[in-house]
Design a protein around this ligand. Structure first.
Ligand SMILES: O=C(O)CCC(=O)C(=O)O
Ligand SMILES: [Fe+2]
Length: 349
C-alpha cells in the first residue's frame, strides 16, 4: 500500500527553545513521505471494517509546518512525540482523521412549525464534540479570530467524511412514525452519492452571528448543520410571511421586523410539550412568523424542502439577542459545520 502524504497532528514533548513555538499549539504538520518512508512501520488495522493502516512514525521524516517551512525538522523531530496515526491509502483521499465512533440515532425530532426541518439533540457526545473541535482546530483555519470561515469543495477532510457518514447512518436508522412518513431526509437525498460534497466551517466570536438568508440555489436540497462549543438560538422566518410583513410595515429593516425585544412575553410559546428546544414567536399582526430553535453544542439540524427553500435562517448574537425563555445564553466562541451538496454543473450551451 502506498502512502504519499498525510496530515497528522504532532505535539512537542520538550520545552527546549527551538521547539518553544511548537509548544504553544498543536501543529498540523504535513509529513512528506519521501524515500525515508522505509522508516515507517505499518500494520493493518481494520477494527472498524475500514481498509486502513496504523503507522508508527519514526523520527527522521521531513516535516513542514502548514504554511511555512520548518527548517529544523529532523533535529526537532527527535523531540517530537511519536505519533500513532491513522492513514488511508492514497486513493482514499483522506487527510486528517478523527474517530467519531458510533452515534445515537434516537434523538431526532421534527420541528413541526418549519416543514422539512429536523433537530437531533446531542447528535455528538461530549467526547465526539471534543474530537471534532480538535480536528477543526488542527486544520488551523481559525488560529486568528478574524479568520472565521473555511470552505471545502470536494476533497473533504477525513473528519468531514466521518461526519457525513455518521449523519447518513443516523438518518437511515431512524424510523419515522406512520404520521411522519419521511424522516429527516427523504430517500432520494439520502441515497445520493456522496450525500454531501461541500463543507463550510464557521467560527463565531461572542456577539457574532449570521444574517437572515436562504442558502444559495447552487446547493442541492438537503443541508446539515452541526453546532459546537456555544449554544445559540437560530431563528427561522417564513419567506412569504416576511415579504408580506415587509409590505405591510413602513420599515424595510428585516431586523426590526424580527425583533422580539418588544413582544409581550405571552406571545412567546413553547411548542410540543415534550420539546424544549423550539419556540414560536407569535408576531404582532402583520409581522412575519418566526420560529426559534435552540442549538446546543453537539446538536445537529437537517433541513430539506420548504425549510430549505422557503424559510430564512439567522443567528443574531448581537447584544441581548440570545435570550431563551428569559435567560441570556452564555455566549462563547461557536463553531459550526455546514454540509451541503453542489448542484451538478449545467453543460455550457
Ligand atoms: O453557523 C450556522 O449554524 C449556520 C451557517 C449557515 O447558515 C451557512 O453557512 O449558510
Ligand atoms: Fe445557511
Amino acid at each position: 500500500m502506498k502512502f504519499t502524504k498525510l496530515n497528522i497532528c504532532i505535539k512537542s514533548k520538550t520545552h527546549s527553545d527551538h521547539l518553544a513555538h511548537l509548544n504553544r499549539e498543536t501543529i498540523t504538520a504535513q509529513i512528506m513521505l519521501s524515500d525515508r518512508c522505509a522508516d515507517l512501520n505499518s500494520k493493518t488495522d481494520d477494527a472498524n471494517g475500514n481498509e486502513k493502516n496504523t503507522l508508527i512514525l519514526k523520527l527522521n521524516l521531513v516535516c513542514t509546518r502548514k504554511g511555512d517551512r520548518f527548517s529544523n525538522a529532523s533535529r526537532a523531530g527527535r523531540n517530537l512525540v511519536l505519533c500513532r496515526i491513522e492513514a488511508y491509502p492514497e486513493s482514499g483521499g483522506y487527510s486528517s482523521q478523527i474517530r467519531l465512533g458510533a452515534n445515537r440515532s434516537d434523538q431526532w425530532v421534527k420541528v413541526d412549525e418549519v416543514e422539512g426541518l429536523w433537530h437531533c439533540s446531542q447528535f455528538l457526545s461530549t467526547e465526539q464534540q471534543t474530537a471534532l473541535t480538535k480536528a477543526i482546530t488542527t486544520e488551523g483555519w481559525f488560529s486568528q479570530p478574524q479568520h472565521n470561515q473555511a470552505m471545502r469543495f470536494g476533497d473533504l477532510p477525513g473528519w468531514t467524511l466521518e461526519l457525513c457518514a455518521l449523519i447518513g447512518q443516523s438518518i437511515r436508522s431512524y424510523e419515522p412514525s406512520s404520521a411522519d412518513k419521511i424522516g429527516p431526509l427523504p430517500n432520494d437525498i439520502l441515497d445520493r452519492e456522496p450525500l454531501f460534497d461541500q463543507m463550510i466551517a464557521n467560527s463565531y466570536q461572542p456577539g457574532e452571528g449570521i444574517k437572515a438568508h436562504v442558502d444559495l440555489m447552487r446547493f442541492e436540497d438537503g443541508i446539515a448543520i452541526i453546532s459546537l462549543e456555544s449554544a445559540c438560538v437560530m431563528s427561522f422566518a417564513h419567506l412569504e410571511d416576511s415579504a408580506e410583513s415587509l409590505r405591510q410595515t413602513e420599515s424595510t429593516n428585516v431586523e426590526s421586523v424580527l425583533d422580539d425585544a418588544f413582544l409581550p412575553r405571552s406571545s412567546c410559546q413553547q411548542l410540543q410539550s415534550n420539546v424544549s428546544f423550539v419556540r414560536e414567536i407569535h408576531q404582532k399582526s402583520g409581522l412575519a412568523k418566526r420560529v426559534d430553535v435552540l442549538l446546543k453544542p453537539g446538536d445537529l439540524i437537517v433541513s430539506h424542502g420548504p425549510s430549505r427553500y422557503f424559510w430564512t435562517h439567522e443567528i443574531d448574537r448581537s447584544k441581548d439577542k440570545q435570550i431563551w425563555f428569559g435567560k441570556l445564553i452564555d455566549q462563547r466562541q461557536r463553531i459550526s459545520v455546514t454540509l451541503r451538496r453542489l448542484c451538478a454543473q449545467k453543460d455550457a450551451d
